[in-house]
Design a protein around this ligand. Structure first.
Ligand SMILES: *Cc1c(COP(=O)(O)O)cnc(C)c1O
Length: 234
C-alpha cells in the first residue's frame, strides 16, 4: 500500500501525462480523470480525493457498499466500471451516478425499471469490445448503434458515450487500432443523431496506455495502478 505522499506524487505525474498527451500548455484539450479504485481501501482513495480527484470508478458492488461510509462523505462522484449483473442493479444505484458498462438491453431494462421506482435518471456509457477478445465484455462495434437506439428508448437512461477496455499487451501500440475503432464508432453513432443519445464521453485508456488513448480522442481516462500502485493479484 502506498503512502499519502506517494499517492499525491503519482496523481501529479498522471495529471502531467494527461496534459502532455492532450496538447500541453494552457490551450490543451480537457480530459477527465477517473480513478479506478478496485481493491484499494477507502482511506487510500480519500488521499487522492483530498488532492483533487473528483471521479472514481469501482468494479464490484460489494466494494461500493464497503467503502460507502467513507466515500459518501467526500466530494467525489462514483461510476460503475465493472461487469454488472442484473441482480445487482438495485444495490448499485444506491452509490453511482453513472454506469459505464451497459452492454445489453436486458441490463438497460432493469436499470430503467428501478430508476422509475426511484424517480431519477442515470448517465450511462455503452461498453464496446473493440479488440474482439472473447474474455472481454461489451458489444462489437458493429452492434453499437443498435444498442444505442435500444437503450435510448428507456427514458430514465441518458446515453452519454462509449467505454472500452483496450487490448492487454506489452506493446502499447497494439491498443491503438482498438481506440481508433471506438472513436470511429462514436462518430458513426453521433452522425445517426438518435433522439436522447449524446456522445460527449469517450472513456478509454488506463495506466499503461492513457497517452495513446488521449491521442486517439479519449475524453476520459480510467487510471488505477499509476496512482495507487500495483494491486494484489486475484
Ligand atoms: C482496473 C481498471 C482500470 C485501471 O487499470 P490500471 O491499469 O490499474 O490503470 C480501468 N478500467 C477498468 C474497467 C478497470 O477495471
Amino acid at each position: 500500500m502506498l503512502t499519502d505522499e506517494q499517492i499525491r506524487a503519482n496523481l501529479a505525474a498522471v495529471r502531467a501525462r494527461i496534459q502532455a498527451a492532450a496538447g500541453g500548455g494552457t490551450d490543451s484539450r480537457h480530459v477527465d480523470l477517473l480513478l479506478a479504485t478496485k481493491t484499494m481501501p477507502a482511506d487510500r482513495i480519500a488521499v487522492a480525493i483530498d488532492a483533487g480527484a473528483r471521479v472514481i470508478g469501482e468494479n464490484r458492488v460489494q466494494e461500493l457498499a464497503e467503502k460507502d461510509a467513507v466515500l459518501s462523505t467526500l466530494p467525489c462522484e462514483r461510476h460503475f466500471i465493472g461487469h454488472l449483473q442484473t441482480n445487482k442493479v438495485n444495490q448499485v444505484l444506491r452509490y453511482v451516478t453513472c454506469v459505464q458498462s451497459v452492454d445489453r438491453v436486458e441490463l438497460a431494462d432493469r436499470l430503467q425499471r428501478r430508476l422509475e421506482t426511484l424517480d431519477r435518471t442515470l448517465d450511462v456509457l455503452l461498453q464496446i469490445n473493440v479488440s474482439g477478445e472473447p474474455s472481454k465484455f461489451g458489444v462489437p462495434p458493429d452492434q453499437a448503434l443498435a444498442l444505442a437506439r435500444d437503450v435510448a428508448k428507456r427514458d430514465r437512461l441518458r446515453v452519454r458515450g462509449l467505454m472500452t477496455i483496450g487490448r492487454m499487451s506489452s506493446d502499447p501500440d497494439a491498443v491503438r487500432p482498438g481506440y481508433q475503432r471506438l472513436r470511429a464508432t462514436r462518430d458513426k453513432i453521433e452522425s445517426a443523431a438518435v433522439d436522447g443519445v449524446r456522445m460527449d464521453t469517450l472513456s478509454m485508456g488506463m495506466s499503461a496506455d492513457l497517452d495513446i488513448a488521449i491521442a486517439e480522442g479519449a475524453t476520459m481516462v480510467r487510471v488505477g495502478s499509476a496512482v495507487f500502485g500495483s494491486r494484489p493479484r486475484p
